[in-house]
Design a protein around this ligand. Structure first.
Ligand code: MSP
Length: 468
């Protein structure tokens, strides 16, 4: 039994949860369930990122105090994850006093070790990204991820973290596999950028009051990204069940926030003398008509709407099978619908009713279990690959029914042959259910209950046909 600590990014509470957030959290859920099933000791953490200018502005716009506003929106995230059937062990909020205390302790430690100094910073700040932009980041003078918000010129006294001091150590750590960045292309990007050079980063704000005060200078608050990254570690210090889980096995995130997770966070941990996480894994974006799905672009799909239309497990399937972890993927409701019809209602659901129906009619001769594994897919974070493999097995069962035509064999009096064939089909379908458990837990259990019953009877449809 080994310890497996998995995290998702903590989400900004200026926004309600959309499919992009749901994807990362669902991937983490699958990994957490899969590891629990293998007997690993799992801690799965998600949560909300509640400080900073962006949240402060959103609260003001809603006419609420930041506390009232963050209480409300963090609830929305909790609720969304509940209806998606997520199995996280805790939900951290950066406004929790215990977290804030650990942020301050870590910062003080790094300050005492001489890695923080004060200086002045001038640059273009994107509130949407909560970061200073480099000239290379701009397209037509705006941030491509937040084209509607003009970057603001900011000049202020800040505290700086000596990120530049860690360039060599980070490159060595990556080369020696002390931590892994996956997929490979993303690792190459990070290594390429590190080789070009590394600037120090500002880690405090004088104008943002909604944040954790800098312990040695209460006129400044901690830069929201530093505050947020520390959640991964702080959870293991104050959440009872998470104690002893640092370092994380995997930080899962989207490619837009890889630099923070694969460079700044590691340097920060090195500066504090803490262990590095084992894997930092970045996935691509969901796009709609080629544009990143985001609130600021106004093209979001709410996972709750998908659940209303397709049901919980079908939604989990549709989201996870649509994106190949490493790449961007364009999605549309019409394509979800097509996939539901072909792979669920007419696919797995149909195969399941065919098999149970025939067993009820013709009987069964039990066959030995069929083995198969998705370990390689899971270990390489290839979730849609795993689902393709599992649904391929289900299609094979269906095709072999078409080929064998048990109803003709039965008519011809070959009863034993039919029973043996059905025994084998049931065994394969049991494997499908077992492999599906982390992805579609309720569906998998329904199939297992039906197929491990003393007497197999024709089952209710797993995925009702859609009427509109
Ligand atoms: N609060 C920071 C994370 C701090 S973690 C220490 C943040 N929050 S976020 O709410 O803006 O985004 C969180 C995650 O959602 C990121 O991993 C981001 O990549 C992901 N997604 C947001 N939109 C997305 C898509 N359209 N597609 C896929 N994932 C995307 O960043």
């Amino acid at each position: 039994m080994s310890k497996y600590y998995i995290t998702t990014p903590i989400y900004y509470v200026n926004d309600k949860p959309h499919l992009g957030h749901a994807y990362t959290t669902l991937c983490a859920d699958v990994l957490a369930r899969w590891h629990r099933d293998r007997g690993d000791e799992v801690f799965f953490l998600t949560g909300t990122d509640e400080h900073g200018a962006k949240v402060q502005q959103a609260a003001e716009a809603a006419g609420l105090t930041p506390e009232e506003f963050t209480d409300k929106i963090s609830q929305t995230f909790k609720q969304a994850w509940k209806i998606l059937g997520l199995s996280h062990d805790d939900f951290i909020r950066t406004s929790q006093p215990e977290h804030q205390q650990i942020v301050q302790e870590l910062l003080q430690k790094i300050y005492d070790r001489g890695f923080i100094y004060d200086g002045e910073y001038e640059g273009l700040y994107c509130i949407g990204c909560e970061k200073f932009l480099q000239i290379d980041d701009l397209i037509n003078n705006v941030c491509p991820l937040h084209p509607k918000d003009k970057p603001v010129k900011q000049k202020e006294k800040n505290y700086f973290f000596k990120l530049s001091a860690f360039r060599e150590e980070l490159l060595n750590a990556i080369n020696q596999g002390k931590y892994q960045i996956v997929p490979e292309e993303r690792k190459n990007e990070i290594v390429g950028k590190l080789k070009k050079g590394l600037d120090d980063v500002s880690i405090s704000r004088s104008e943002v009051s909604w944040g954790v005060p800098i312990p040695w200078d209460k006129t400044q608050t901690v830069y929201v990204w530093i505050d947020a990254l520390v959640n991964y570690y702080s959870a293991t210090q104050f959440i009872q069940k998470a104690k002893g889980f640092w370092p994380a096995q995997v930080h899962l995130l989207g490619k837009d926030i890889l630099w923070f997770h694969a460079v700044i966070w590691e340097a920060f941990l090195l500066a504090a003398g803490l262990d590095l996480p084992k894997v930092v894994a970045a996935h691509g974006f969901f796009t709609v008509d080629g544009q990143k799905m985001s609130k600021s672009l106004g093209n979001v799909i709410d996972p709750a709407d998908l659940i209303k239309q397709f049901g919980l497990d079908a939604t989990r399937y549709l989201i996870l099978s649509q994106l190949s972890f490493a790449n961007d993927s364009d999605i549309s409701l019409a394509r979800f619908r097509e996939r539901y019809d072909s792979n669920l209602a007419n696919g797995l659901g149909n195969t399941f009713s065919r098999v149970t129906n025939m067993v009820e009619q013709y009987g069964i001769k039990k066959s030995s279990p069929v083995r198969g594994s998705i370990d390689d897919y899971i270990n390489s974070l290839n979730f849609n690959g795993a689902l393709n493999y599992i649904f391929g097995l289900s299609r094979e069962i269906d095709q072999s029914i078409d080929n064998h035509k048990p109803w003709l064999l039965f008519k011809a009096g070959k009863i034993d042959e039919v029973k043996i064939f059905l025994g084998e089909s049931v065994a394969k379908l049991q494997l499908v259910a077992e492999l599906l458990l982390p992805f579609m837990p309720e569906t998998a259990k329904t199939i297992q209950r039906a197929l491990f019953a003393d007497k197999i009877t024709k089952a209710e449809p797993l995925f009702p046909r859609l009427t509109n």
